[in-house]
Design a protein around this ligand. Sequence first.
Ligand code: NAP
Length: 309
Amino acid sequence: MEANTHHQLVIIGGGPAGFAAALYGARADLKPVIFSGMLLYGQASQTDVIENYPGFPDGIQGVELGKLFEQQAVRFGAIVEYDQVLSLNLQVRPFQIQTYSGSLSADSVILAMGADPKKLHIPGEEEFTGRGVSYCGTCDGFFTRNKDIHVIGGGDTALEEAIFLTRFAHSVTVIHRRDELRAGAILEKRARANPKISFLWNTVVDEIRGDEKVRSLMVRDVKTGEKREIPTGAVFVFVGHSPNTSLIEGQIALDEQGYVKVDAKMSTNIPGVFAAGEIADPHYRQVVTSAGMGAAAAISATYYLENLE
Ligand code: NAP
């Protein structure tokens, strides 16, 4: 991209929300520029098979769905930049955007930077990340072949990933801090029926231990207070997400959980700035809902830009 170009619409984030916004923005002839960020196709790219995106009755691989989103947006004129936004100034008009490869300005911006997996913030977690601690089964499952491993969390992600990891691991123990899962009924049924999966209830992990790689977990029963050390071949942490708002901190209204506040039209408190997908959604976090929010944000941006002229 040429330096210091001006655009009507810039979209930040290349997950389902960003690409759906790019598709709708392109079809409105806004020639949107979309910055894919570091993780092309967002968290969906790290999902093995997506079974609940309408139109794919047999499921589709996360990366494949992302590629289709991209192709469709590009076909109508979206400009995809495989680059990362380093800073964003929403206090000036037009809005200013700085990336690795240069700077540009925009009349409207759609924030679709998504969310990242939450950390446990316990001793050993950071130290052993990449050496037996992981946040992505699709990425690191292969390394768990024939091992007895642990998954932390009781939501849909934890169970979906635990089931996926049974392809490689000898056994998967799900450690959950309560005795009731947060995950939905279908995943719970599948996980309970899987002979390689067992559950450690009412249990939290206080520390991850090892040498050159992870060897054990210090766990605590939250009911009895009993502590013990259990051996492990690897540990996968799936305890929710936090929105990626570092680019916009102090510039835009966030809710009490740190998500971007949007109204029903995906408008933020700054006219011309919209948000879509997990950065603005603490509730649904589905590919289909993120894509829907992206489409709505682009339609709202189109109306906004029409009224500017
Ligand atoms: P989530 O629903 O927020 O679940 C997080 C899990 O981690 C909960 O069980 C929670 O325990 C536990 N947890 C949180 N903090 C913890 C801590 N410090 N220590 C130990 N455990 C902790 O997150 P998610 O599973 O990533 O799902 C996010 C969203 O994506 C959900 O809306 C989910 O439905 C959706 N999703 C859907 C699918 C699908 O439809 N196939 C797949 C993946 C994700 P508590 O239950 O005690 O709070």
